[in-house]
Structures are given as structure tokens and as C-alpha cells.
Ligand binder design. Structure first.
Ligand code: NAD
Ligand code: ZN
Ligand code: ZN
Length: 383
């Protein structure tokens, strides 16, 4: 089958690789209809992780069941399904408590597994024609047949639940004011989820104009951090006050003000957003941090950053009595509810998708998405 294969920093290729096969009676093989490129893929693409050449990328996968293992109970050939980016068993201590992003079965020696991702286990990615899904009854979310809501449903694999998770981590509640840092797909979905949860005022910080425009479309207040300290801009609009809650949807590859928006070229300040969160939230508020931070970063700006050690204004955090929560999203905790919101017409996350292109055009899509040019905000690949 054809698949997107990582070749080395800033290089992917669409190549022929062996078809996945049923390896266990609980497996299914899914024929991919949509697989998204994620900001998380860019960390590997840019050589900013320990990823080795040869990985098939793709953790945001959706498709039709092609083959079913003999022990699978609830799925049949032809069913339309979307899989959480987390690979999970459903029965370990963490899965049982709903922490499917921290499954201890699927990636021995580590809590958490994913498709097509460095350090997340042996699972092949779905930017390909077919995907092996283990513990299939647990990992496949059934969808209505047909082709309706394809791009909305594809986002249930990661960014819609992850954005929602950001709002849950920050405990966003009706009537509150929120600052979301990052207007990439995760930030946009976090802002959208804050609106769903009834937030009154939602500030969205970035410096890519098309992305700030998307934030405005959903009623967010855009803040361009190239035009001045974003915390001060928010406080100026609020009579000197900060906000109730804040969400980091940027992660460790945070750009310095005025630097290029392109991943490989920007000047980075890995702790800038974390400290801005601490600064912008009012005393007793909360910070949600779905943005990714890594314990090993070969391209880190200094020795500390190379081992994921960042300097935080912890004294200010303590003095203000702030809470913070972070980590991979437990997609399974939210995906069925968010699916039902889409079906009921109460959520339409697909507005964030900027491009749907053929799998064969993946190389070009990676280049443009990485440079954040031509409006490349969220890309779906179709085999
Ligand atoms: N926790 C999880 O389960 C999970 C899941 C998916 C993605 N993520 C992570 O979430 C983050 C966002 O993902 P994405 O797909 O939206 O990525 P993305 O790279 O498309 O978006 C990041 C955005 O942040 C903006 N940005 C850069 N520096 C900034 C700064 N100083 N202040 C404000 N904005 C800044 C960029 O311009 C960009 O638009 C990534 O770190 C990704 O790895 C986490
Ligand atoms: Zn993703
Ligand atoms: Zn588990």
C-alpha cells in the first residue's frame, strides 16, 4: 500500500510499504477514507524528536472496516469508524479509570500509545491506505454510514477532543473569560469548546493572520502577539484585569514575538507561553496545557531545553493560587459525546479544515503546513 514515510528532518515521501495484517483475533484492518496531518506530526517532521526514519505517520484516522479478527464482537466489514489517536487496551488500571492516553498495555514500559508516533509503541500510522487497529471493539468509534460529516468526524480522532480536553483541564465553566494561546487546529478547537461550555469571553492569541481570522469566525477575540505583549493586550481590554482561565495550545515550539511563523525557521522561547498563562490568569484561576512538551528535544534552544527542563514563574503561580493540568488527551472520554453533538447539528468542527488533498500530495502538504503558508491550517489526506 502507499503510505507517508518519514525520511529525515523536513522530508517525507509517499512510498509503497507492506499492507498491515491481522496480528491478533481482536484486531481489525481499516481502509482509510480520511487521515489528518497534525501539528504533532510537525515536531517529528522537523527533527525535533527522537523519531527515526521509516515511521509511517498518521494518528488521526478514519475509514471503513476492511477485515475483522475472529474475536471482534461489535464491528463488521463495511462499518464506518474513527479511532482515537491513543491506542488503548480498555482493561489496564489507567484505561479502566478513563485515562486511555496513558494505557500501560499497548506500549510496554511506558504509559501511552499512539499510531505512527515516536516513542508511542509499534503501531503503524494511517496516512496510508490501510491501518491495523488493535483491541478494535474498544478503539473504534462507530459512525453513521455514508459520507456525511466526513471532515467533522475525522477531527474526532484528535483535535476536537483535544481542544475540548484543554477546556476541561482549565475547568472552563459558563460565563467565564478565557485566553487560548495558539490558533492552530488545537487552539481553534479549544476556543470552540470553551464556547460550547458557555464561556462568555474568549481571547485567542497567535500571529498567523488566517488563523486569527478563523478564531474571529467563531466569536473569539483575536490577539496578535507580534503587535505587543499579548498579556498586556488582554488586560488593556479588560480594564487591567486578567482572565479566569487560560489554555496553552502551542507547546514547546513557541515562537518569539516577531519571528517567522515557519516551524523550522522561527526563533523559539519554549517557556514563553507557560509564563504568559501564569501572568494572564487571575488569582485562583486554572491553566489547561494540552500543548506538547517533550523530555528530549534534539533541537532545543539550550542544554536545559534539550532535556525538557523549562524555567517557570512558580512563585507567581503559588502566590496566585493557580491550578494547572496537562498531558495527552484521553480521546475516548469525549469522542462519543462530541460525535453525537455533530450528528445533532450542535457542533461543526470541520470549519477548521483548510485543505483536503490526495495522499499522493502529502509531501507538498507537509511543506506548506509546516511553513503555515497558503492558509494551510488543517489538512486531511484521502488515499
Ligand atoms: N495533548 C494532546 O493530546 C495533544 C494532541 C494534539 C496536539 N497536541 C499539541 O498541541 C499543540 C498545538 O497543535 P496544533 O496542531 O494546533 O499545532 P500548530 O503548530 O498548527 O499550531 C500552533 C500555533 O501556535 C502558534 N504560536 C507559536 N508561538 C506562539 C506564541 N508564542 N504565542 C501564541 N501562539 C503561538 C503558531 O503560530 C501556530 O498557529 C502542539 O504542541 C501539538 O503537539 C497535543
Ligand atoms: Zn494529532
Ligand atoms: Zn490500557
Amino acid at each position: 500500500m502507499r503510505a507517508v514515510v518519514y525520511k529525515g528532518p523536513f522530508e517525507v515521501a509517499v512510498e509503497n510499504v507492506p499492507d498491515p495484517t491481522l496480528k491478533h483475533p481482536n484486531d481489525v484492518i481499516v481502509k482509510i477514507t480520511s487521515s489528518c496531518i497534525c501539528g504533532s506530526d510537525l515536531h517529528m517532521y522537523e527533527g525535533r524528536t527522537a523519531a527515526q526514519p521509516g515511521i509511517v505517520f498518521g494518528h488521526e484516522n478514519m475509514g471503513l472496516i476492511q477485515e475483522v479478527g475472529s474475536a471482534v464482537k461489535t464491528l463488521k466489514v463495511g462499518d464506518r469508524v474513527v479511532m482515537p489517536f491513543n491506542v488503548a487496551c480498555g482493561f489496564c488500571k489507567n484505561c479502566q479509570r478513563g485515562f486511555t492516553g496513558f494505557c500501560t498495555t499497548v506500549n510496554p514500559g511506558f504509559a501511552g500509545g499512539a499510531y505512527g508516533y515516536v516513542s508511542m509503541g509499534p503501531w503503524g500510522g494511517g496516512q496510508a491506505e490501510y491501518l491495523q487497529v488493535p483491541f478494535a471493539d474498544f478503539n473504534c468509534l462507530p459512525l453513521p454510514p455514508g459520507s456525511e460529516f466526513e471532515s467533522d468526524f475525522a477531527l474526532l480522532a484528535d483535535i476536537f477532543p483535544t481542544g475540548y480536553h484543554g477546556a476541561v483541564l482549565a475547568d472552563v465553566s459558563p460565563g467565564e473569560s478565557v485566553a487560548v494561546f495558539g490558533a492552530g487546529p488545537v487552539g481553534i478547537m479549544a476556543a470552540y469548546s470553551c464556547a460550547i461550555r458557555g464561556a462568555a469571553e474568549i481571547y485567542v492569541v497567535d500571529h498567523v493572520q488566517e488563523r486569527l481570522d478563523k478564531a474571529s469566525e467563531l466569536g473569539g477575540i483575536p490577539i496578535n502577539f507580534d503587535k505587543g505583549d499579548p498579556v498586556q493586550q488582554i488586560k488593556d481590554r479588560r480594564g487591567g484585569e486578567g482572565v479566569d482561565k487560560a489554555i496553552d495550545a502551542v507547546g514547546y515550539q513557541a515562537a518569539a514575538p516577531g519571528s517567522s511563523a515557519a516551524g523550522g525557521e522561527q526563533v523559539e522561547v519554549p517557556n514563553i507561553v507557560l509564563n504568559q498563562l501564569i501572568d494572564v490568569v487571575n488569582p485562583t484561576g486554572a491553566l489547561g496545557i494540552p500543548g506538547l512538551y517533550v523530555p528530549t528535544d534534539p533541537g532545543g534552544v539550550d542544554e536545559n531545553a534539550k532535556r525538557g527542563a523549562l524555567s517557570l514563574n512558580f512563585g507567581q503561580l503559588f502566590e496566585k493560587g493557580l491550578r494547572l493540568a496537562t498531558g495527552q488527551c484521553n480521546v475516548k472520554r469525549y469522542n462519543a459525546y462530541l460525535r453525537d453533538m455533530i450528528i445533532a447539528g450542535k457542533a461543526k468542527p470541520g470549519f477548521v479544515v483548510s485543505h483536503t488533498v490526495s495522499l499522493d500530495e502529502a509531501t507538498d502538504a507537509y511543506v506548506k503546513f509546516d511553513k503555515r503558508i497558503d492558509g494551510y491550517t488543517k489538512v486531511i489526506l484521502t488515499p
